[in-house]
Design a protein around this ligand. Structure first.
Ligand code: PLP
Length: 286
């Protein structure tokens, strides 16, 4: 099926959607993005995603070409036009296309930002990764220092994931100064003696929207949470490990650098949090 996508004010078949070769998103990764999951044809945690989007835009002095209300309407139109029940919506806002390639960015009054959205259908509530868990390998974190801004500079995470794939794993956990920052496209957690441990928020990691929801549900379920860095060695000694992301919810990690975590099977905490997430989040979906 040909998807209908949104590009710079128009809804078009994906085969007809085009952007300028001078778009700074294309030339310089001068762009921010969000991925919002869709369950039952509704957007999960849309407010969380737009709040983070606005923050990313502000941090980069970028101006959105549409308001957040218009953005919601575009999301809804795309869900309807593509008959999307379960999956997600990718949204990217760029600094737009200047008259030429230039390190100095154009005045937002003169050059309007670019915007692209498209849907993807995907089963989020079931899958082999959930039943079996995933294997990860560690990789040095060589990304830039503002990982809290959700930019499209994804070459290094992509590289790290390819390294993982080559090694027979599903993902990479990135390590800086001896401590895990996060996964290539998710936040990382371990569980030891009933305590959930995940790195604290800073410029070193993306402030996961799913992370915020999962930690809130964990606290409500009287689970103990410690927000602090942990090493790969500590993770390998943990009872359980997992990752969170908008389209993965919470996914168990069963092996790190070839070492089985706990009994090598998906752990109960990730499973319970996932169940709570899937039960609760649709209540506030838009
Ligand atoms: N960390 C990184 C580096 C990511 O790219 C992502 C998602 O793309 C996440 C964490 C998880 O964030 P969220 O839960 O908002 O999807």
């Amino acid at each position: 099926m040909t998807r209908t996508v949104y590009v710079n004010g128009e809804y078009l078949p994906e085969t007809e959607a085009k952007v300028s070769i001078f778009d700074r998103g294309f030339l310089m990764a001068d762009a921010v993005y969000e991925v919002t999951s869709v369950l039952g044809g509704k957007l999960i945690d849309f407010q969380g995603h737009t709040a983070r989007l606005q923050r990313s835009l502000d941090e980069l002095q970028m101006v959105s070409p549409v308001t957040m209300e218009e953005l919601l309407e575009i999301h809804h139109q795309l869900i309807e036009k593509n008959d999307l029940e379960e999956g997600g919506i990718y949204l990217q806002i760029t600094r737009g296309a200047g008259p030429d390639r230039d390190f100095v960015w154009p005045d937002p009054e003169e050059v309007k930002g670019g915007i692209v959205l498209f849907t993807f259908a995907k089963k989020l509530t079931e899958g082999a990764n959930l039943d079996n868990g995933i294997k990860v390998i560690s990789q040095e974190d060589l990304r830039w220092g503002r990982r809290d801004i959700k930019t499209t500079q994804l070459l290094y995470p992509s590289f790290a994931k390819m390294q993982a794939k080559k090694a027979g794993a599903a993902d990479a956990w990135l390590v800086e100064d001896g401590f895990v920052t996060e996964g290539s496209a998710n936040n990382a957690y371990i569980v030891k003696d009933g305590v959930i441990i995940t790195r604290q928020l800073s410029n070193d990691i993306l402030h996961g929207i799913t992370r915020a929801a999962i930690l809130k549900f964990a606290a409500e379920a009287q689970m103990k949470v410690e927000e602090r860095p942990f090493t790969i060695a500590e993770a390998q000694e943990a009872d359980e490990a997992f990752v969170t992301s908008a389209t993965g919810f919470s996914q168990p990690v069963v092996e790190i650098d070839g070492v089985a975590i706990g009994d090598g099977k998906p752990g109960p905490v990730a499973k319970r949090l996932r169940e709570i997430y899937i039960a609760e989040m649709p209540k506030t979906a838009l």
